[in-house]
Ligand binder design. Sequence first.
Ligand code: FES
Length: 239
Amino acid sequence: MSKVIRVVTLTIDDQEVTGREDETILTVARQHDIDIPTLCFLEGLSGWGSCRICLVAVEGVPKLLPACMTYCSEGMVVHTENEQIKAYRKSILELLFSERNHICSVCVSNGACELQALAQKCGMDHVSLPYRFPSYEVDSSHNLFRNDHNRCVLCTRCIRVCDEIEGAHVWDLADRGINAHVISDLNAPWGDSETCTNCGKCVQVCPTGALVQKGTAVAEMHKRRAFLPYLNAMRGNHG
Ligand code: FES
């Protein structure tokens, strides 16, 4: 017998809204034009919940919860913005900026980068933490694309789109904590990958200038994502 999905009523930012109990706070908020910033989340891919930019406060819950991974429930009262949330978002962005080499002025994604846009939106105008300035390699072995680990935020969108949409599963995460990084195949240069189909979906969903097309100069890389809703709709029709 199939499970019955109930419609629930909840309050988001003093607005009474309805959603399904299998929908997240983020989904329902966006359905009602309530803005919650996100980074690792991308419509059409599975939820991951790693960046924590989408943190919201739920009354009765002592900690902030990620809106992209928290399901709605009857009577829930959600606040998407207060001083604590704003401070957390800024801190998360500062951590991301200090962890790798996000030098916007020399990035091909300058002006079209989700990390940069989030910093502007959340008012993160300086980094109060010491920069780590790591020296990560730039993998230019692929004849069409480039992977600059220095600009990666480990959102795993590339891993998810390649696995869930393209079905190739070229990408994975290796190592842990500060040493975590994406790898292609079993840590082979991207250009030597036997599984990569050269589709470029990973490049298009990457929020920063980590995965980019070769031949783009500063501020020239604009990602195109129109394929995602289209492919998802096709998948729904045939799934
Ligand atoms: Fe929700 Fe990243 S967008 S945790």
